[in-house]
Ligand binder design. Sequence first.
Ligand code: GDP
Ligand code: MG
Length: 452
Amino acid sequence: LGDKLTGVFDNLTGRGALSEKDVSAALREIRVALLEADVALPVVKDFIAKIKDEAVGDKVIKSIKPGQQVVKIVHDGLVEMLGGSLSDDGKEASAISSQLQLAGRPPVAILMAGLQGSGKTTTSGKIAKFLKDRHKKKVLLASLDTRRPAAMEQLGILAEQTGNGFLPIVAGESAVDIAARAMDQGAKGGYDVVFLDTAGRTTIDEELMAEVAEIAAIAKPVETLLVADSLTGQDAVETAKRFHAQLPLTGLVLTRIDGDGRGGAALSMRAVTGLPIKFLGTGEKLDAIEAFDAERLAGRILGQGDIVSLVERASEVLDAKEAERVAKKMEKGTFDLDDLGKQLGQMQKMGGMGGLMKMMPGMGKMKKQLDAAGGVDDKLLKQQQAIILSMTPTERKNPALLKASRKKRIAAGSGMSVQEVNKLLKMHRQMSDMMKKMGKGGMAGMMQAMGG
Ligand code: GDP
Ligand code: MG
């Protein structure tokens, strides 16, 4: 999606004046892109209709940079549809707790609902860890998953790992009885928060739904969170709709965002239920949770800093074996000038530095600066490759050999200046330092992902 929209906006931003036809054409492409990102059709229709009036208005068309205005309108429209942006301090990780309404006589209950495997138990552990570590809350974790003893034990392990309380398991008890005991134990034990982690269900099942409703009636939760797997796309939207019809939900948690670059499910879920998205699960580890930030997700949907599209694009042009080889070298920190030359060639195939940088998080700004300073274009890539080609194989393997006289020879051979040779060498040093730092999880991990 990122790619696609970036292309649309490139066309728009490059122009001085914009006709109504231009805007309509761009909106049509945005519509297709949103549908491809798994946003539900009615949601897309509403969205386009809403921004269209604004986008074709006189103010936009007659403005100096109409394309950028349209981008801004689309961006702001997405943010609004996703539930508005967080305050600035909301972007801090500590905003995890500000997403929750915990007022009330302690212990207050947080009820976790959702389909089996959506991430309820994991998310309970993640939020509980946060409340304890950052906010010194005393948290009791209670598993109501009477159907799967292993699920109960899983929560017990999470309680131990996070240093939170765990309601002892009593064999044969019903989920409703466990909820009552949890609230009782929460009060007696002086707990602030009690998590009620409900049973998984594979599909929406009336009996289980009635059970959760009964639990909610007993515990009167301050938060009833529906946990949904973002990878299930439209199904997650349907699930949210069905649960919302039967339970007084207070918010949504979207998990496995680490595996979904599109964010379309989030957009639809929010629009269809009107419920705030409170958290995003970003991995399996206990700290892999983010307070939901509409700005960030809108940026992601618009392809500003969309690393996933970079990876997708890269995988089209990168030879898998080559990627794996380079990844290994990066890990070892033996990324030499030969490798850099190959990388520059790959970058050219991927639309040059400009295309590449636009897709990397945080690089958008840097690209603007570079553009202002004369631009990074494919010409530069070719010049850099020419410099590398003027080196001997030994020099490429061992850049430390490159003293003044060799640099002079290389400059002459490539038709560049010594200064430009130095610039390239500096870039190579910075890249290999960065790669060493990022190690396996960073660039190399990404390259491996492309290869594999
Ligand atoms: P439950 O049945 O709803 O309680 O789901 P679990 O909490 O047991 O999670 C099911 C699986 O999904 C586990 O293997 C979790 O580690 C994994 N999981 C949960 N949340 C995330 C997430 O945000 N990202 C990833 N990659 N895995 C997750
Ligand atoms: Mg569970």
